[in-house]
Design a binder for this molecule. Structure first.
Ligand code: ADP
Ligand code: MG
Length: 326
């Protein structure tokens, strides 16, 4: 890989666990628990996992909205974690977020144009002409004409709200965009056009995407690589084509078997066992209580990612043993 645009090493974000004066102790939640991730410039990396596995926490930590508990975050060669919030803010403005529900992120009493101006003002674009130019450019880029400036959020369809959300994010000229479930709640046809637009914008503006989704068919269609997350850790990562055609981790296999994919439209067999509980994490491999391949060692040792093939890594010793040629 060329120098990664974003790199995390052993990144952790834990909540609770400490008792503050006059407060009841909160349970320790290891929402993100040791993530090593590299994003190459220009790629689309999909991040997939069941609800509660820590996807949004990872996103917020990368954005600097949460302070990491441990580990490092490097953006374009510069350490952006562990520093004072203001020191990292400038670099961090290169990383932007597309909200899961852009309708909720828009002020219902404000015209779209005012919201877009305000966003740019907050980010230090003081020149009004410059803001006007950027807003005009971005609305056009997302396929909305200039009249949308004068509209209110409730006058927009779900798809149009997503476009405004994209315009708002891209007006800040980010280099890395984190999209958290960006098409959830949209009709399939609208979803398809919004996804197509996202890919076009990526090429046009030289963007790198971290694409968070629980929808495997969307990830398969859109992403170059995919990372599968389970209880705060990445359990498998590789080229989307590799992971979808030869899933190695038992969790990835179960996830693929349970969800509609490009080939199979309808949902399949649900994953067996109880959904993971972050406050009651099992010892050893977090997936072992639901895993058909679990061995004694899986109950004791948290497995690290290891190479299965070129650029395909899996955190499952039994799977690696079975799949690697002797
Ligand atoms: N501010 C917080 N305080 C305590 N626990 C949190 C907080 N934010 C998230 N969590 C917990 O961290 C875990 C991961 O949550 P989240 O990152 O939202 O998962 P996902 O986006 O994959 O659904 C969940 O158990 C959630 O309840
Ligand atoms: Mg989430």
């Amino acid at each position: 890989m060329t120098r990664p645009l974003l790199e995390t090493v052993d990144l952790k974000k834990h909540y609770g666990g400490t008792r503050k004066l006059l407060q009841r102790p909160k349970p320790l939640v290891k929402a993100v628990d040791g993530i090593d991730l590299q994003l190459a410039p220009g790629e689309v990396l999909g991040l997939v996992g069941e609800s509660g596995c820590g996807k949004s926490t990872l996103a917020r930590t990368l954005l600097g909205l949460e302070r990491e508990t441990e580990g490092t975050i490097t953006f374009d060669g510069q350490d952006v974690g562990g520093r004072g919030a203001s020191a990292a803010r400038e670099i961090r403005s290169d990383i932007q977020y597309v909200h899961q529900d852009p309708g909720a992120a828009l002020d219902p009493w404000w015209r779209i144009g005012d919201t877009l101006h305000e966003t740019l003002k907050i980010h230090g674009v003081t020149d009004k002409a410059e803001r006007d130019a950027r807003i005009e450019e971005m609305l056009l880029a997302v396929g909305l004409n200039d009249s949308f400036r004068r509209r209110y959020p409730h006058e927009l369809s779900g798809g149009q709200q997503r476009r405004v959300g994209l315009a708002r994010t891209l007006s800040l000229r980010p280099r890395l965009v984190i999209l958290d479930e960006p098409t959830s709640g949209l009709d399939l046809s609208v979803q398809a056009t919004v996804l197509k637009l996202m890919l076009e914008l990526r090429a046009q503006y030289d963007l790198t995407y971290l694409f968070i989704s629980h929808d495997l068919s969307v990830v398969e269609r859109l992403c170059d690589r995919v990372a599968i997350m389970y209880l705060g850790r990445i359990v498998e990562i590789g080229a989307a084509e590799q992971v979808f055609s030869k899933p190695a981790h038992p969790y990835t296999q179960a996830l693929l078997a349970s969800a509609p994919t490009l080939e199979r439209q309808e949902a399949g067999k649900p994953i067996e066992g109880d959904p993971p509980s972050p406050t009651n994490r099992p010892e050893g491999c977090p997936f072992h209580p639901r895993c058909p391949m679990a061995e004694a060692a899986c109950r004791q040792v948290v497995p690290d990612l290891a190479d299965l093939a070129a650029a395909h890594r899996v955190a499952c010793p039994p799977a690696l043993r079975t799949l690697t040629p002797q």
